[in-house]
Design a protein around this ligand. Sequence first.
Ligand code: UFG
Length: 331
Amino acid sequence: MKILVTGGAGYIGSHVSVALREAGYEVIIFDNLSTGHRWASLGTTLIEGDLSEMALLVRTFEIFRPDAVMHFAASIQVEESVREPLLYYRNNVANTLNLLKAMQTCGITDLIYSSTAAVYGIPKQIPITEDAELTPINPYGSSKAMVETVLRDLSRVGHIRYVALRYFNVAGADTKGRLGQAYAASTHLITRALKTALGIYDKLYIYGTDYPTPDGTCIRDYIHVEDLASAHVAALDYLREKGNSIVMNCGYGHGYSVKEVVSTVKKVTGRDFPVEETARRRGDPPVLVADSSRLRATTGWIPRYDNLFFIIETAWSWEQKLKDNPELLKT
Ligand code: UFG
């Protein structure tokens, strides 16, 4: 069975492509390499292209005839989305509409869609269930929620069948050391903290210590990227067997504060580094923790790496590899 993976040369898409291949699927990656890397395809067929190129998309579908599409290609940084909303609506909404149109043209119905906990905005209840109201507070979350609406409407009239996976905070790297996040300008907490431990940054800023949480810093549900990848394979198997469209959270169901993450990074690395507490970052909700019972019950997904120390250890190995091999950031 063939799966076309948009964004398959990026951080999450590359891990999922490996998991799909290991589960016996044939994979074709479609990626514009804007933040992804050729090496991250690990030998999988890679079509270099942008989702704005409708003719190329249709031709790719016609040649490869995939049985399903997994759609990762997107802009993903909350803070950037606040500064550059149009970039997010064009890349995440308009380009996804192109993808959906090309799928329709070629008679492809099955889609696994990368959504995000950012669709919830500031949730009223923790842990968050999928039925919570969607009130995103940044353009990134809005762009993903808009696409979810489109998917729901298309599925209602039988044009597609889909699983939308709402990711919480994806972190860590391939346990075999082949893959990891390779984006020099990443603003994610664990990546930033590790790069600070390596001396790439002078200090780590903690954005906001006056949140309504026990230590005043934001709480997030950090999920290892390989567990997220296995959730995708499980979601695909579910869609192929059952065929009912569904939305599911991807997280472990418990969270850590920014300060807890920073102290774990110091333990894992054995390095102390300067940390400065500063003002809140725009667009950050105080607490995002998943209720993941639907994913577990629907697909039988069982996570393997629900351990912050281990998650950070895998990311640490990867960050050291990146520092020793700076060409990985360019190629
Ligand atoms: N943070 C710092 N200092 C930093 C970086 C981050 O204090 O240098 C804080 C942030 O303010 C936030 C927390 O660490 O409170 C986590 O921030 P990240 O940037 O690592 O992740 P976000 O929670 O902002 O966003 C991530 C993904 C989104 C996804 C969201 C869902 O990037 O795509 O998780 O939980 F929607």
